[in-house]
Design a protein around this ligand. Sequence first.
Ligand code: GLN
Length: 538
Amino acid sequence: MKLIFVSGGVISGLGKGITASSIGRLLKARGIKVSAVKIDPYLNIDAGTMNPYEHGEVYVLDDGGEVDLDLGNYERFMGLHLTRDHNITTGKVYRSVIDNERRGVYLGKTVQIIPHITDEIKRRITTAARDSGADVVIVELGGTVGDMESMPFLEAARQLSRDLGGEENVMFVHTTLIPIMGSVGEEKTKPTQHSVKELMSIGIRPDMIVGRCSEPLSEAARAKIAMFCDVPEEAVISTPDAKSIYQVPLLLEKQGVADYIIDRMKLRPMTARRDMSQWERFVKRILEPKEHVEIALVGKYTALADSYLSHLEAFTHAGAARECKVKIRFVDSDELIAHDPAEILKGVHGVVVPGGFGIRGVEGKVVAARYARENGIPFLGVCLGFQIATIEICRDVLGLPKADSTEFDPDTPDPVICIMGEQIGVTDKGATMRLGAQDVIIADKSKARELYGSELISERHRHRYEVNPEYIPRMESAGWKFTGRSDCGHRMEIGELDGHPYFVASQFHPEFKSKPEHPSPLHQGLVDAAIAYMKDNS
Ligand code: GLN
């Protein structure tokens, strides 16, 4: 078992996740089987209950795990399908240890952070690594070195490097910030030196330093870092600000990161060729777009782009496929109530209403759907966005002005969206939320079939409410056709509006499985329709 730990120093938000993902991508390109684990030192069991404003989007895995958004980066960069065991939190670790203590597993011993918590951390890392069957597992340590809450994880990492026999089986990559100060623009290495000292005091010697800086590192700065931090110069890597995160693997490749790691860990690459040509083409299409479209993303967490990260990535993937830059206009849904929607949405070539929970912002989203429907603007609704589109059509086309979801109005006379299992006899194994990958059957001759190119698909879910089957015949006769269904046809998964260039919505979240080489089909559909709309209206 070989592990690469990626830690962060000086400040958070250095792009550790992108560094970890990029290293994985490069090793994968050499035919080395990679996997990744994210450690989050918070006490939450998982990200499911976390506010997107604090932590960005909750990313959902095939197995229904609600995890940190970095796992999305791992899946997108490395082409992986991870499980919830690949996100280790302090909450999960403590829960296991306390459960064991109550069951008497520790035979009367005093239960302590070292060794009990650290052993549980090691057990979780090695189990996830072993189960993945990967040659190398990249373990990203969330938080910043020096944080009190990440101490047990660093200690476990140190112990693991001893347990696994050091050098060629465990590597430590430390990402730090190199600020540029003053009018002469000098790169300051002191914060890096301090954070490396901090690591060393815990008994961890970094093998590679990745320096985040607004500019490429100068030779002098590299040499200084190498000397003070005791790493070879070729192991000091520069990651200057990039236009696109997808450039980072190429930046690292140029500096010989993969070669260095392969050599250092005595990995056996299946191919000496750096097969990054497809990736290079993908990056080129991002950086040199031939068209531009603008899509409004209507939500309630629009002040933090990370809240909708997977959507943004899906649009990057779908845009790149058409050499088109998709600019996102973040629209706070309340703005559509307070102001004229025609003003707020002026000039956009498409509208997306993503997922969400709770009543705040809902009416503004209904306005967005109506505006797109009435004006022939391409529209994609996802999860809550699908339910919103359904409500809007019921109110305006079916003539049910009070139609609503029971999530927002429990007493609505027309509960067109209702809690799952209330109207039909299918419930999910006692789960309160329908989570994870589920099969969906797509109807012949539909837009969805055209986009997916197959009848049976699997997409990820995270919802409690669904279309009320009682209203389906009426909805469909009004032109809102359900072209995707699951659970033997009982559950509505995709809606398509007749007579509109692109008004499509899904109960599932296609954004979570979007990959650079395989964009989400429904996002692709929106981008294609937006390009057509832009051409028709310019
Ligand atoms: N709140 C809605 C539900 O629970 C939609 C959920 C979502 O958009 N993820 O069904």
